[in-house]
Unconditional design. Structure first.
Length: 256
């Protein structure tokens, strides 16, 4: 998925993720000028670009059973319905508040949320209490979500930092943590190097090893040849911020 042939088809713009839900443009020229960039800054771009390309310029979709990849909600509605039952139980545990913020990270096509809310509608009062907030940076997917979830008046934000909680919060995220930017490290000649992305002689992208650009060396184990290690630098801060919101306003989170 990250070879230079595919990148050549995708085009010219990649994205650097400094926050789990935020992207800023980076060009191939920037990679050339920097000689190499961390894999955590480049690889998530391919997901972002393939989603955009798939939704906008190809006749088949990027997400689905016959598309580039598929997730559980697209296979069976039972998955989302079980999440809906979890939401109802957590709402009951909170004392059935008259207002609750329902926050979803990485809502995809909106399939999971649609199935969850349909199942949860069997509980009197739940849908009336819910205010739906979706964390999504991709405008194409926002349009798909707006259509799928048109009956629930969703709101969109680009990152957790833009979320303003003033009521209990229920959080779900399916395969969201899985795709957070990951820094990759490998041992060579008895020391740790970071796996970087650089331009090869043909002008395509290639993996190289270089001096670590991500300040996590103290977290890595003793270097032994052959070791390969991955760390999500943004995950601890993300979980700390989310925990702070849940502690202050009550609620629960489910990441699958």
């Amino acid at each position: 998925m990250y070879n230079h042939t595919i990148l050549g088809q995708i085009g010219i713009e990649l994205y650097s993720f400094s926050d789990p839900s935020f992207a800023t443009p980076i060009s191939l020229r920037d990679i050339h000028l920097a000689h190499a960039l961390p894999a955590r800054a480049v690889l998530p771009a391919l997901i972002h670009q393939v989603l955009d390309l798939g939704c906008q310029t190809r006749q088949r979709e990027a997400i689905g059973a016959a598309a580039d990849f598929v997730t559980a909600p697209e296979i069976s509605q039972v998955f989302g319905e079980l999440v809906g039952l979890w939401l109802v139980q957590r709402w009951i545990d909170l004392g059935q508040p008259s207002r609750v913020l329902l926050l979803e990270f990485g809502p995809g096509k909106g399939t999971l949320m649609a199935d969850a809310l349909r199942a949860a509608s069997a509980m009197p009062g739940f849908l009336t209490a819910v205010e739906l907030v979706l964390v999504e940076t991709n405008q194409t997917l926002r349009e798909v979500q707006a259509d799928t979830l048109s009956g629930y008046s969703p709101q969109w934000i680009e990152s957790l930092s833009a979320f303003e909680a003033d009521a209990p919060v229920l959080v779900i995220g399916n395969e969201f943590i899985d795709v957070l930017p990951t820094a990759q490290f490998a041992v060579a000649n008895g020391q740790w190097f970071e796996r970087l992305v650089a331009l090869d002689e043909a002008g395509g992208l290639a993996f190289v090893l270089g001096q670590p650009k991500t300040p996590v060396l103290p977290l890595l184990p003793k270097p032994e040849d052959g070791l390969f290690y991955e760390i999500m630098p943004s995950l601890p801060g993300f979980l700390k911020d989310l925990s702070g919101i849940l502690s202050a306003h009550a609620g629960a989170a489910l990441f699958i």
